[in-house]
Design a protein around this ligand. Structure first.
Ligand code: ZN
Length: 429
């Protein structure tokens, strides 16, 4: 059984206003880390109302520490980290099963007054929807949900099992995606509609988070030469890691995939705290950092090399040499991932994109991570990201291009109908 592309297009068009309203509601949830539960609860109710079978659980309920790809966390309450998996199970085993996954966690908005309009009050202007998460990646979540809705509207359901998963922790560990695998969900492929600009995402680098913890010796600032300053000492370590990053970007040039990117190894000291008093030299400093992992390097080897860079820099400092800084691995411990060309899954995605847009999709490599790595790298479930166009998801005035959202929704619906097959759900009254 097949479904005409024209029927998919008219169903997506017919639902378009409700898709926009749905996305606005989703973006209005300030689903920052640790605060995703109301957003996830809303989705669980919405999925149940669509007649899908909903599994709602928290990360505290799933044993994950022993699973490949697990990232350690501190200071986060996993009792509050709600995950949602909605199953559309097919009574017949027609085509191939599919996981559609999106993350609903968003990164902090920064100073809200720097936004043209409030980040959690989505607004549409000149073909774009603005708001934190509008691009990364709540629009993609709307695309996968409304792709399925369009099939239903046209009188069809997937002929194979489809799991619609909305997870958290994508922006910091990936443990939300990992939990769905730990809980036992599997399929023949996993599509993640991250905002790729309707390109096929070929691969991602690895990423590591770590916290540098330094000590200083406090002294009254008037006699600061008798103390040390942990904040200034941190600068020295940061400079050493930046130098290391430059070296890694030379080494990556020989990598078959990531050598194509210019300087894909990015290092970011992203959050700093330290000191207790303006007139005392600071006795402590902590810096939360993110660095890309050199592709092909085992994470344990990379941690060892990075630790050595930090220790070497510390030994050049008289105080730090005797009070070596600590490194806490807190967050992403993410391997790189490449979906090698030639999979049936990619061929079907490309075919759907061609059918809808008339053109071959381009492919991209990302100097960052997505959740695709869990499926493709550890569980042998081919996984790629394909979704609408957006700006840099972590900046001010984040937006999604609505034309591309509609197009991606149609492509995904077409892909589902090709990959899973369809069965008629017309009631035979
Ligand atoms: Zn994302």
């Amino acid at each position: 059984m097949t479904i005409e592309l024209a029927d998919i297009v008219s169903a997506v068009e017919g639902n378009w206003q409700s898709q926009l309203n749905w996305l606005k509601r989703l973006v209005s949830f300030p689903s920052l880390r640790g605060k995703e539960a109301p957003c996830q609860d809303w989705q669980a109710r919405d999925f149940a109302a669509r007649g899908w079978s909903v599994d709602r659980y928290t990360l505290a309920e799933v044993e994950m520490a022993h699973l490949p790809g697990f990232s350690p966390v501190m200071d986060t309450d996993y009792e509050q980290a709600v995950q949602v998996v909605a199953a559309l199970r097919s009574p017949q085993r027609g085509g191939r099963s599919l996981i559609l996954q999106g993350h609903v966690d968003v990164v902090p908005q920064g100073p809200s007054e720097m936004w043209a309009s409030p980040p959690f009050q989505p607004r549409i202007h000149e073909g774009r929807m603005y708001g934190r998460g509008a691009g990364d990646m709540k629009s993609g979540v709307s695309a996968m949900v409304f792709a399925l809705a369009a099939l239903g509207q046209a009188g069809y359901a997937p002929a194979a099992d489809v799991y619609v998963q909305t997870v958290t922790e994508e922006e910091c560990t990936g443990n939300g995606a990992l939990s769905t695998l730990g809980r036992g969900y599997r399929a023949d492929a996993c599509l993640i509609p991250e905002p790729t600009g309707q390109n096929v995402l070929r691969g991602t680098v690895g990423v590591m988070w770590f916290r540098l913890k330094l000590r200083g010796r406090p002294a009254h600032v008037s006699r600061s030469e008798h103390g040390t300053n942990a904040i200034l000492s941190a600068f020295g370590l940061i400079e050493a890691i930046r130098e290391f990053t430059r070296e890694l970007n030379q080494r990556v040039k020989s990598h078959p995939w990531f050598g194509k990117l210019e300087n894909p190894i990015k290092f970011n000291p992203g959050k700093i705290s330290g000191g207790d008093w303006a007139s005392s030299t600071p006795a402590w400093c902590e810096v939360d950092c993110r660095i890309a992992v050199l592709p092909g390097t085992p994470l344990a080897d990379f941690r060892r090399e990075l630790s050595e860079v930090v220790a070497k820099a510390a030994r050049r400092d008289a105080f730090l040499a005797n009070n070596l800084p600590e490194i806490e691995w807190n967050g992403f411990q993410a391997d790189d991932y490449v979906l090698e060309p030639g999979s049936e899954f990619e061929a079907a995605m490309r075919q759907a994109h061609r059918a809808v847009t008339g053109a071959e999709p381009r492919e991209t490599l990302l100097p960052a991570v997505t959740d695709c790595r869990f499926y493709g790298r550890y569980y042998d479930i081919p996984s790629l990201a394909y979704g609408p166009s957006s700006t840099d998801g972590h900046g001010f005035d984040e937006f999604v291009e609505l034309d591309s959202l509609k197009s991606a929704t149609i492509v995904i619906a077409r892909f589902i109908s090709d990959w899973c097959g369809v069965r008629s759900i017309e009631t035979s009254a």
